[in-house]
Design a protein around this ligand. Structure first.
Ligand code: CTP
Ligand code: CA
Length: 227
């Protein structure tokens, strides 16, 4: 796999990738979010395109430039991301949820900026966001579904739970507290958990190489699977 002559082993595949965080408004200038640079998802989009795939990248707000040659769909909230992914779900044959979707959103966002002196926010009512991957897992027909798990402890146990709960084929387990795997890092160390129970531990690698290894592994998952 060289940059100059990449294998076109993803030709003909239609890949939907989510990346970055989502932001849920408290008021027009404040939000809650999950931590994510977007680098892993963008690396996956770039790698899949280089290998010949048609790629749609649904991205929350990041500091990264849109990768060339991919259909770029910027979103802000979890609900916007959900709608963008659902509307392209039947088009796709592979979905990779690398986004750090916010788990909660303020229940009563304010239309006006809350002045800190008159309306200091000391408590916030939150509502859980919809779990997009879970929903895709329930609606899937022939798509290969890949999720991520960001964990700080009991990496494999928690990741295995998510693999089964969300009905995905492959789960990329990511210890976000480990050295070199931190948020914003250009490297990552992950374990690839497959639905058949197989676990492949990858070494610490640049995120672009991790992306290629994930794509290699996805190609071994049969496409037209039962439900
Ligand atoms: N995910 C999603 N929609 C959400 C939350 C998460 O689609 N509202 C997806 C993420 O994109 C990721 C996977 O679910 O692919 C696991 O996300 P993670 O945050 O690790 O797990 P959660 O299920 O959200 O549980 P928790 O944060 O409590 O560990
Ligand atoms: Ca979460």
């Amino acid at each position: 796999q060289t940059a100059l002559f990449p294998r076109k082993d993803w030709s003909g595949r239609r890949v939907l990738i989510s990346a970055g965080p989502t932001q849920e408004a408290i008021d027009p200038v404040r939000f809650i979010s999950n931590r994510s640079s977007g680098k892993m998802g963008y690396a996956l989009a770039e790698a899949a395109r280089m290998r010949g795939a048609e790629v749609v990248l649904v991205s929350g707000p990041t500091a990264l430039p849109a990768p060339t040659g991919v259909d770029y769909c910027p979103v802000t909230t979890a609900e916007e991301m959900r709608k963008a992914l659902l509307s392209r779900f039947t088009w796709s044959d592979t979905v990779i949820m690398a986004a750090a979707v916010a788990d909660f959103r303020p229940a009563h966002p304010s239309q006006h900026k809350l002045k800190k002196r008159h309306h200091p926010i000391t408590q916030l009512d939150l509502t859980p966001t919809d779990d997009i991957l879970q929903e895709l897992g329930e609606r899937r027909t022939t798509q290969v579904l890949v999720g991520f798990a960001a964990e700080t402890e009991d990496l494999l146990a928690h990741a295995r739970e998510k693999l089964h709960a969300k009905h995905v084929d492959l789960l990329v387990a990511n210890d976000v507290s480990a050295a070199g795997s931190g948020f914003g890092s250009d490297t990552n160390r992950v374990v690839l958990l497959a639905a058949d129970g197989e676990a492949e531990e990858l070494p610490l690698l640049p995120k672009r190489d991790v992306a290629d290894r994930i794509l290699d592994r996805i190609l071994t998952v049969p496409t037209a699977r039962r439900t």
